[in-house]
Design a protein around this ligand. Structure first.
Ligand code: SAM
Length: 276
């Protein structure tokens, strides 16, 4: 299997919509009438879910009338959230076809199809003309991408002059390698982590000016502790996308994440940069 097919297979179960609808019903939500808010526990598929999306929003110089690219858009929670909040247009691209299908379905249900669209494709060869977008973001995707230099250059190509890029990723920590599986990779074979300073250097070499690079390790540890306490009290934690998408593997993944965060094997970061 090529790496791309292995990555798409990692995220694909084949019955995601059925399971999402069942989870919504259990929450007391009509699956035919979801909202950005009721979907948030499931469609914000990155560490800390909506909490992290709000931080990304604070970094984004977005607003009405601009066109934003979401690289590795998953089932589209961030794209719909930013389109709703900023009144911008968002185009998402993702390698996993089941995610693109579910993303398009949910977007139609929310009546946002004029504002938000999804394409199946590879972040390293995007089907977009040069200088198409005012801004771009990518949330917890680059850990699946080995050739970071090609990734940054491809994003730069499709950005207009001065366009912005907001990135979140799980960076390499100071400790040992993480244990696998993790939510982004079944094994080390499809996991490509960079240290924060490698990311800064890679972006700079690809033609971006890095305006801000912040670690959210403490926030991730605190969020994990709050979520575990809620689970112990029998309450649903706010971020349930890993359970939805990875099913029986999720428990092991979350235990590995929790250990990796507490031992600083991984370091989640958020980056704001601009095309030079
Ligand atoms: C952890 S999920 C994050 C999804 C979404 N960004 C979110 O935050 O809800 C990682 C996503 O990256 C996508 N992905 C990984 N490698 C990719 C590539 N080379 N091109 C496009 N998408 C990719 C996966 O299919 C998956 O949907």
């Amino acid at each position: 299997m090529t790496t791309d097919r292995e990555i798409a297979a990692h995220y694909t179960r084949g019955n995601l919509l059925v399971r999402l609808n069942a989870a919504l019903l259990e929450d007391g939500v009509d699956p035919a009438e979801p909202t950005v808010e009721t979907l948030a526990p499931y469609d914000q598929f990155h560490g800390r879910g909506l909490e992290a999306t709000l931080e990304m929003a604070a970094l984004m110089p977005a607003g009405p009338g601009i066109h934003v690219l979401d690289i590795g858009s998953g089932i589209g929670g961030p794209a719909r959230y930013f389109a709703d909040r900023f009144g911008c247009k968002v185009t998402g691209i993702d390698l996993t076809s089941e995610f693109c299908d579910v993303a398009a379905h949910l977007t139609r249900l929310l009546g946002m199809e004029d504002q938000v669209e999804f394409k199946l494709g590879d972040a390293l060869a995007m089907p977009f003309a040069d200088e198409s977008f005012d801004g771009a973001y990518s949330m917890n995707v680059s850990m699946n991408i080995a050739d970071k230099s090609a990734f940054y250059k491809e994003i730069r190509r499709v950005l207009k002059p001065g366009g912005w890029l907001v990135l979140s990723e799980i960076a390499k920590g100071e400790g040992a390698e993480p244990d696998y599986p993790t939510p982004w990779a079944a094994s080390a074979q499809t996991s490509f982590l960079s240290a924060p300073e490698e990311t800064r250097r890679g972006l700079t070499e690809a033609g971006f000016e890095v305006l801000r690079l912040q670690s959210t390790l403490e926030q991730a540890r605190a969020f994990g502790a709050r979520s575990r306490a809620m689970a112990e009290r029998g309450e649903k934690p706010p971020f349930r996308a890993i359970m939805l998408i990875h099913e029986e593997m999720a428990k092991q993944m979350m235990a590995n994440m929790s250990r990796s965060l507490s031992e600083a094997r991984i370091n989640p970061i958020e980056v704001l940069s601009r095309k030079r």
